[in-house]
Design a protein around this ligand. Sequence first.
Ligand code: ANZ
Length: 816
Amino acid sequence: MVEENKFKLIEEKWQKYWAADAKAMAAKNDSDRPKKYILVEFPYPSGSGLHVGHMFTYIGADVYARFWRMKGFNVLFPMGWDAFGLPTENYAIKMKRKPQEVTKENSENFKRAMKLVECSFDWSREVNTTDPNYYKWTQWIFIQLFKKGLAYKQEMPINWCPSCKIGLANEEVLPAGRQGLAGKCERCGAEVERRTISQWVVKITDYADRLIDGLKSTDFIEKVKMAQVNWIGKSEGARINFQLSITNYQLKTKTLEVFTTRADTLFGVTFMVISPEHPFVDEIINDEIKEYRKSIRSKSDMERAELNKEKTGVFSGVYVINPVNGKEIPLWVADYVLMGYGTGVVMGVPAHDERDNAFAKKYGLPIIEVIDENGLAKNSEMINGLNKDEAIKKMNQWVEEKGAGKATTAFHLRDWIFSRQHYWGEPIPMINCTEHGWVPVPEDQLPIELPKVEAYEPTDDGKSPLSKIDEFVNTVCPVCGKPAKRETDTMPNWAGSDWYFMRYCDPHNDTALASQELLKKWMPVDVYIGGDEHNTLHLLYSRFIYQFLWDMGVVPKEIPEPYFKRISHGVILGPNGARMSKSHGNVVLLNDAVEKYGVDVLRTALMFMGPFDGVMAWNEKTVMGVKRFLERYEKFINSSITNYQLKNTTESSREVKVIINKTIEGVTRDIEEFGYNTAIAKLMEALNKLSITNYELRIEDIKTLIKLIAPMAPYMAEELWSFDKLRTKDDVQSVHIAQWPVADPKYLVEETVTIAVAVNGKVRDQLSINNYQLRIKKEEILKQAKELEKIKKWLEGKEIVKEIYISGRMINIVVK
Ligand code: ANZ
């Protein structure tokens, strides 16, 4: 495999062989082996040239899938295309082409690339969200949401990007804290405006608690759980009523309700703030407030909520009464209070809340402290001297007893704006009848296909381009048969990816999104590999849709959550350390890399560059190092095979057995935990040890070495595996379905490891333990260290303040 062309020959040979035998890799619906559903986020097939970074994640997932297949599992490892969305639409408009064609081209391109690097996806289950047979079910799900009252149409202020001509979800507007970018469109960087349009909204907030609780039964990495919990943002607090002062008797409204998490600060309230969009503001509107409303129209929620932004507001002319002390306080209208959270009204506690403080200072409002330096309540009558939690509890009780309020929870999670005024998305399957209002398309008429048209540019008036197509718009009401109009909005990008993992279980079903039986067979996804950028929205939306379908009985009762484990993959940067992209001029094109190094080297090198969840720069040196390693590995196995022929009666020595079994043990453990870089390092180490000493290998050990490298370097492994000399009659044809080796414990007990034991940084003794004891608990190792005679002496009469253990190397006990 040293010479390039030999490489190519090997690749071609096995490509043909594997293509003919693709079934061996495919998931089997009727196998009784244990199943393993390995899911990697399906890509948005963009049109830009594919580079090595694009393939990093898929290769990493593929190593995992190959490994579990060899471990005897019935592995479901599918792939598809999340192909609706703006980038394709924008690109198609620019190139004056049809998005359908562009999508087809791009996904074929991606598929070719994935095949090129030998990702062993089960292509018989490929899905494409833009295929009418697929989005029929995306539309069906929407209708079920509507029927259960979880989808409704509402006039909403939305973020409007004047350049993309699209409504953006809050999360698609760049957040505060990004200097100069806050409030701009995530995709094009244009300044986002506020507009009010009638939109479909999905009530994900009904599931807020479930989405938090459900996490308990999953094994997501902690960072992902936290991201979900924070996004949902559950806040325990209270709603408290403030009466309008008697001087406002002419107004219809008599009380205003605030949401607060700090009822304990009620005595420190010196003003009240209402969101400019609050309906009450209409009752008291005057020129000044009108002017103020106008001035904030283009601000995004993120900008308004930002802590260190200059606060603005106007006095409303109205006063309210603080229920705890009967004091009259002024009501202000200010945009730092958002209509979408809590009640849209806030009690201003300038002594203890940062934003209220800035506001009070600017407008000369009084500041009253109600918490002392020890965090205890003061100036607050019935709760004086209590700590925060006690004070909140007692005050909430007091408020409830007086009928002035109620303890409640608020969520930061917002309902999900489900309308886009764009062409390239799933049509929302609803019909508007003047008599019957919104009526869903009868299910037997699904899918409502996106009409194939010449012009689909978004329009300035904010209407979907579909609204210009009369044949699409005009229809009849399913209830009364009279003329009616179709909804022309399309679904957001997230719709198709909400349930694709279910479709993979049963991709060709045309009577259901997937059968119960096959969902039961394959769900939940055992491991879901994805990018950090999808830890909030995609993961929440798809968990919500799954939970909703679970409630409807569409998915099996015994599987309440869709994903068991979720892990994040890393990113490959360009050689200069910047994100690999055309605009940075640092791309390593996939085709070039494959041409230059071959697939095995590319795969193994990518996996060796760093931890699978890390951020690492492409490094030519690493690639060359890995290339040399694979060449040596192959050569070593080749010569071992030759030796074996000469001395086929010899047993491997105990030394060889120890090396081999330790390697099996380590590589297996590492791959299970996505530690590909360390698994490869262990193979390198094994090769070094075995080759320096000229040990002779028995046939089983040779096979083991081939199997251990197979997930990373599939071609080389297959080529070596195919040597006639190695074969016995019950060997399977392909190494990729051969049985993964299992370490024999009798060879694992070896070597002593010495750990330096220090007290206050000075080494005082050593602890000798067996290397397999290294896997015992840290506490046990520390205990043994503290029992060493010399160490005991140093610890006598001292208090241990800290114990540091650097695995396998050093212990430091800090005493005083
Ligand atoms: C008085 C107070 C005193 C507050 C204090 C905080 C600290 P989380 O934790 O995020 O739930 N708030 C309530 N509704 C709001 C809205 N619509 N827009 C902006 N701010 C709003 O935050 C809850 C706190 O945020 C509430 O508790 C309220 O201010 C404010 F020392 O009430 B607090």
